[in-house]
Design a protein around this ligand. Structure first.
Ligand SMILES: [Zn+2]
Length: 465
């Protein structure tokens, strides 16, 4: 709340007051209570990555599924970093639906929080805790959807696979990547994935538009390591040592010009949201090709501008232990996000070229490059139908994300993967993702759980003949 502007604060207070009134009026069903209680218990499990320790979260979900008679398994090569997997069989060979979320969360700066970040505290109409928005809420929505199908004995038209994975937050190597490479049988027949991602525009308590993420920028994380002669700072090495080399290398990398381009997925996304934006913004979005490279692009929200160019930023610098000692090693991490569909090897080559002999360049994470998921699919149509009936005046459109999720591993394999959030989130709450005081409005959480049940059931249940 510290970071709220005046207007945001007024809106917050208004919608907060409204929420309190409505919270009193809403009676929660036993199913809602169950969902909330599982969610709170899930938030209490500290799965900060690094190190992850996702096995505790995986075991928590496995035990709930087992209680429902769903045979879930802990999977993955690392005993401390297990994922949890279950499959509801349909007997049909139609492409299966995979419901996926990640068990890990990003670490917390506890001092910045006004509640204990792993308490799952319920207060003021919210549930608070790391993972409340990213992304344990989605995990519980998926969990409750398959529990609902199982309890009601719904005959299925296609298999449903539930997967809670380890290690999304640091790139997925120990999570979904390992599973896809080593245990491909877990994904047999999967044709569709619903995963985190997507962005909905929520105005007070109404969804204006549902953004279904079909494509994303390509991550490239690099580490520059400079080495030099260490020793007493009163006798510095003539070349300035590791730190000077690192600064020169990092400056050269920062100066690499970033490419600007309009990717077809971004063009489709901009055109689909243009009608929701009045004035100049709407004009630019409705015809981005005409405006690219012109000052009008600055009319767009910064987040959208970033979808038109590669970005590069230094995120971590490390060197030295004391003021009067010259370190013999210095490192800088660089986070690069390339336009969708880009091949990272070009930029890796460029970085190595400008760095020359100043530092070694190590690739921490690269790609993979993946095509966008198409929108002319059965799943997209099913989503559109359910979302439009849940919020009749809302718009549904494909979107592109500047961030990264595990969806890219599936898209690369030609499997349709959509980033979709079933939740309403006000922008001031959305800003708590990866920050402090992460929280979700209880009412929005429960609505999202109900919506997910509806989506899964409408896409997977056998239709009456
Ligand atoms: Zn996430």
């Amino acid at each position: 709340m510290r970071r709220l502007s005046g207007i945001a604060l007024i809106l917050f207070v208004l919608s907060f007051a409204q929420n309190c009134r409505e919270a009193e009026a809403v009676s929660e069903s036993p199913f809602d209570k169950e969902a909330q209680s599982y969610f709170i218990d899930y938030l209490k499990i500290d799965t900060s990555n690094p190190p992850g320790n996702e096995t505790t979260g995986a075991e928590f979900l496995r035990a709930i599924l087992a209680k429902e008679g769903i045979d879930a398994k802990l999977v993955g090569p690392d005993a401390a970093r297990k994922s949890v997997w279950a499959r509801l069989e349909s007997g049909s060979s139609k492409p299966a639906l995979l419901l996926m979320h990640h068990i890990d969360v990003v670490p917390v700066a506890e001092k910045e929080w006004s509640v204990a970040p792993f308490s799952g505290e319920k207060a003021n109409g919210y549930i608070w805790g790391r993972g409340a928005l990213d992304i344990k809420s989605l995990g519980i929505a998926h969990l409750m959807a398959i529990i609902d199908i199982k309890r009601r004995g719904v005959p299925l038209d296609r298999d449903i696979v539930f997967l809670g994975v380890a290690d999304e937050e640091t790139g997925g190597k120990a999570g979904v990547q390992a599973l896809l490479e080593r245990q491909p049988e877990l994904f047999k027949g999967v044709g569709f994935v619903l995963n985190e991602g997507g962005a909905n525009i929520t105005v007070v308590d109404r969804i204006e538009s549902w953004g279904i993420e079909v494509d994303q920028k390509v991550p490239l994380w690099l580490r520059l390591t400079a080495k030099g002669e260490g020793g007493h700072a009163a006798m510095p090495p003539p070349d300035g040592g590791a730190t000077r080399k690192l600064i020169e290398a990092a400056s050269a990398v920062s100066a690499i010009p970033m490419r600007t381009e309009l990717h077809p997925s971004v063009e489709t996304f901009f055109k689909s949201i243009a009608p929701t934006k009045p004035g100049k913004r709407g004009q630019v979005l409705s015809d981005p090709r005409r405006h690219i490279g012109t000052p009008q692009i600055a009319e767009l929200p910064y987040g959208l501008q970033l979808l038109l160019r590669d970005t590069l930023v230094l995120t971590r610098l490390e060197a030295g232990t004391s003021t009067n000692a010259v370190p013999d090693i210095a490192t800088a991490d660089v986070d690069i996000r390339l336009l969708p569909g880009s091949d990272p090897s070009d930029l890796i080559r460029q970085v190595k070229q400008v760095v020359g002999s100043l530092a070694e360049v190590e690739v921490l994470l690269s790609g993979p490059t993946a095509p966008a998921s198409p929108v002319d699919t059965e799943l997209y149509t099913a989503l559109e139908k359910v979302l439009r009936s849940a919020a009749p005046k809302s718009k549904v459109g494909p979107m592109v994300s500047a961030g990264t999720t595990d969806s890219r591993y599936f898209r690369r394999r030609g499997i349709v993967a959509y980033g979709f959030s079933p939740f309403k989130v006000n922008y001031y709450d959305g800003a708590t993702v990866h920050g402090s005081d992460e929280r979700i409005r209880i009412r929005f959480f429960l609505e999202g759980v109900a919506l997910t049940r509806q989506i899964v059931s409408s896409f997977c249940a056998r239709k009456a003949a």
